[in-house]
Design a protein around this ligand. Structure first.
Ligand code: MRU
Length: 342
């Protein structure tokens, strides 16, 4: 059985998701700077998973510190927390996890006590995330019927979380209830999380998966093959506008046109009441090489202008329901996230 991320006591083990599906390689990280680099460089990705990694990075900073005084120890830890927070801007789970660790740093009493508490908290964030995903699965499974073909975009599965997944967790829960579900996985250009990761995960679970390129989605919605869509989220604003992997917005608009329910599955830690609406969500722009190259092969002429926004925002009016571990938000455009906050 594979794992996304595991705490080893003196290090953090992560499956290098950049190498999937060709190679299943686990790397052990021994200091917080390398963990931050791993998040930035996509060794680990997916909103809940990067929050867990950041928390473990901060716990590692405590374990490896050579600070001489308690004050300098705390200062080092806060700097380590800020370094983790600076890795990726869109997924709010990262900041949520860092804040959770910073609260502990603030009221720590001694080096030993604080080191122990940070380690426990990081492990708790991982364990809670798996339980949250299972609860989310139970809350969302009722929206999926035996025989449904469900489309998803990017990877909101076990590898984007501590385990089980958000959107794929809901699909897994429906399958565990005995429903036969087929999944259409969009390849998710430019980084190919759908082709490389979602298809890999579902195949391992024996859930039938069909890979399509992103621009085929409209065709299969129109033909009636896709009955429902479910995606994860990186940040849900107060009014219900939802940031997720680039391409999600186009799927949602097309889903509305074709009368296909469009679900978002996300833990409460992804709901961000401090961000008023989608326009206020920071959108990460990644390096142009992700667009200009596929697996090391150049596919565009040298020197042209390229843009690479990694996320887009789906307005609340296109979202049928947001499925969380604490319940489901329906009428998202009217309700926003008001009644289901952290
Ligand atoms: O750039 P990534 O791979 O980190 O983007 C991931 C996504 O957009 C996921 O859909 C989102 O984080 C939800 S994961 C449960």
């Amino acid at each position: 059985m594979y794992h996304t991320i595991k705490w080893l006591g003196d290090g953090v083990s992560m499956l290098d998701q950049r190498l999937l599906p060709a190679k299943e390689v686990y790397t052990i990280y021994k200091n917080h700077k390398d963990v931050a680099t791993a998040i930035r460089e996509m060794v680990i990705r997916g909103a809940p998973a990067i929050g867990i990694a950041a928390a473990m990075g901060i716990a590692l900073a405590a374990k490896t510190s050579a600070a001489k005084t308690f004050d300098s120890f705390k200062a080092e830890l806060n700097a380590a927390a800020d370094l983790q927070a600076a890795t990726r801007p869109t997924a709010v789970n990262l900041f949520w996890a860092v804040e959770r660790m910073k609260k502990i740093i603030a009221d720590g009493a001694s080096v030993e006590e604080l080191t122990g508490r940070l380690e426990k908290e990081a492990e708790a964030i991982l364990e809670e995330d798996i339980a949250i995903n299972r609860a989310m699965g139970k809350n969302g499974a009722r929206f999926f019927s035996d025989g449904d073909t469900v489309m998803t975009h990017c990877n909101a599965g076990a590898l984007a979380t501590g385990g089980y997944g958000t959107a794929l967790g809901v699909i897994r829960a429906a399958v565990e209830e005995g429903k036969k579900i087929k999944v259409f996985a969009c390849e998710t250009r430019p980084y190919l999380q759908g082709a490389r990761i979602t298809a890999w995960e579902l195949q391992k679970d024996g859930i039938p998966v069909t890979l399509i390129t992103d621009n085929m989605a409209g065709h299969f919605m129109k033909s009636g093959e896709i009955k429902k869509i479910i995606v994860g989220a990186d940040r849900v604003a107060e009014n219900g506008d939802t940031a997720n992997k680039i391409g999600t917005y186009s799927h949602a608009v097309l889903a509305k046109e074709h009368g296909i329910p469009f679900y978002v599955a996300a833990p409460i830690s992804t709901l961000d009441p401090s961000t008023k609406n989608g326009a206020a969500i920071p959108i990460e722009e990644r390096g142009i090489e992700e667009v200009a190259y596929i697996q090391g092969v150049q596919i565009a002429p040298e020197g042209i202008f390229i843009r690479n926004p990694s996320f887009d925002v789906t307005p609340a009016k296109y979202i049928t329901a947001i499925i969380t571990e604490k319940g489901v938000i329906e009428n998202v455009a009217q309700n926003g996230i008001r009644h289901l906050q952290r």
